[in-house]
Design a protein around this ligand. Structure first.
Ligand code: AMP
Length: 280
C-alpha cells in the first residue's frame, strides 16, 4: 500500500489505473480506523479493481474546536490496520493540499442538511459535503463506500452526487457493532470505562422503541420512553431521538415505510450517534 499526500501523485496513479480499464473505489475516512472502516474497505475490494482509502481529519466539518483538537490521530496504526486488506493507496493530504490559499467554495445540500445533526452541529454538513465532493473529484473514483452509521451524511452524499452529476456510484454499508451493540466509532476511544459500559444503552433503547412502534405503540410515546431510557441509563443528554423517512428525512408520526430511527446523545465528553431501520 502506497502512501500519497500530494494531489499530482494521486492523479498520476489513478490515470494509469483508468488507462488500464480498472475500476477505482474510494473509502473516505478521518482515520482512527476500526472494524467498521475495514468493512467498507472489504466492500470496496469486492466491487472494484483498485481501492483508495483517504485519511483526512477535515477541519471544516468540526463545529466544536475541542472535538477537532481531541479527535484521535493515529496514522501509523491506521496504516498497519489497512496493510492486510488489499488497499492500493492511502491518500493522506495535509490541510493546505485540500484547502489551498484562497479556497472559497462550499457545497451545501439544502433540506437534508437541516434537522437532526444539522441542528446541533452548525456547518458540519456543509464542511462534509465540500470535502466529499473534493475527494470525489481528486480521486476520480468510480465507486465510493460510506457507512450507514452516518445515515444523514449518506443521504446528503447521495443527493449531492445526483445534483452535481458526479460520475461516482455511492454504496451504503451496514453499521458494524461491538458484541454489546454499541456502533463502532472512532470517538468510542474517548469513552471512560464506565461510560463505555453505559454506551450500548442508546442502541438498546432504540431497538426497544422500534419494537414498540412495530407493535402498534404511538410513535411519540415510544420515542419519549426511549429518550427517558437513555438518560436513566446514565447518558447526560439526548440531543434527538426521532423517527424519520429513511431517505428524505422528513419527520414521521406514523411508521410508514421506509422509516428510520435516528439518535444523538452525550455521554460525558463524547457525542454518540446511531440509527436503525424500523424493522430492526
Ligand atoms: P469517519 O472516519 O468517522 O469519518 O468514518 C468514515 C466512514 O466509515 C464513514 O462512511 C462512516 O459512516 C463509516 N463508519 C464509521 N463507523 C462505522 C461503523 N460502525 N460501521 C460501518 N461504517 C462505519
Amino acid at each position: 500500500m502506497d502512501l500519497i499526500r500530494n494531489l499530482n501523485d494521486l492523479r498520476a496513479r489513478v490515470a494509469a489505473w483508468k488507462a488500464a480499464g480498472q475500476r477505482v473505489a474510494v473509502v473516505p475516512t478521518m482515520g482512527a480506523l476500526h472494524d467498521g472502516h475495514l468493512s467498507l474497505v472489504a466492500a470496496a475490494r469486492a466491487a472494484c479493481d483498485r481501492v483508495i482509502v483517504t485519511l483526512f481529519v477535515n477541519p471544516r466539518q468540526f463545529d466544536n474546536p475541542d472535538d477537532l483538537s481531541t479527535y484521535p490521530r493515529t496514522e501509523d496504526s491506521d496504516r498497519a490496520a489497512l496493510a492486510p486488506h488489499g488497499v492500493d493507496l492511502l491518500f493522506a493530504p495535509d490541510v493546505a493540499q485540500v484547502y489551498p490559499q484562497g479556497f472559497a467554495t462550499t457545497v451545501s445540500v439544502a433540506g437534508l442538511s437541516q434537522g437532526l445533526c444539522g441542528d446541533f452541529r452548525p456547518g458540519h454538513f456543509d464542511g462534509m459535503a465540500t470535502v466529499v465532493t473534493k475527494l470525489f473529484t481528486m480521486t476520480q473514483a468510480d465507486d465510493a463506500f460510506f457507512g450507514e452509521k452516518d445515515w444523514q451524511q449518506l443521504q446528503i452524499v447521495r443527493r449531492l452526487v445526483a445534483d452535481l452529476n458526479l460520475p461516482v456510484t455511492v454504496h451504503g454499508c451496514p453499521t458494524l457493532r461491538a458484541a454489546d451493540g454499541l456502533a463502532m466509532s472512532s470517538r468510542n476511544q474517548r469513552l471512560s470505562p464506565a461510560d463505555r459500559a453505559t454506551a450500548p444503552a442508546l442502541y438498546a433503547a432504540m431497538r426497544d422503541a422500534a419494537r414498540a412502534i412495530g407493535a402498534g405503540q404511538p410513535v411519540a410515546q415510544a420515542l419519549d420512553a426511549a429518550r427517558a431510557q437513555v438518560v436513566a441509563a446514565g447518558f447526560d443528554r439526548v440531543e434527538y431521538l426521532e423517527l424519520r423517512h429513511a431517505h428524505d428525512l422528513t419527520p414521521l408520526d406514523r411508521p410508514t415505510a421506509p422509516a428510520r430511527l435516528l439518535a444523538a446523545a452525550w455521554l460525558g465528553p463524547v457525542r454518540l450517534i446511531d440509527n436503525i431501520g424500523l424493522e430492526a
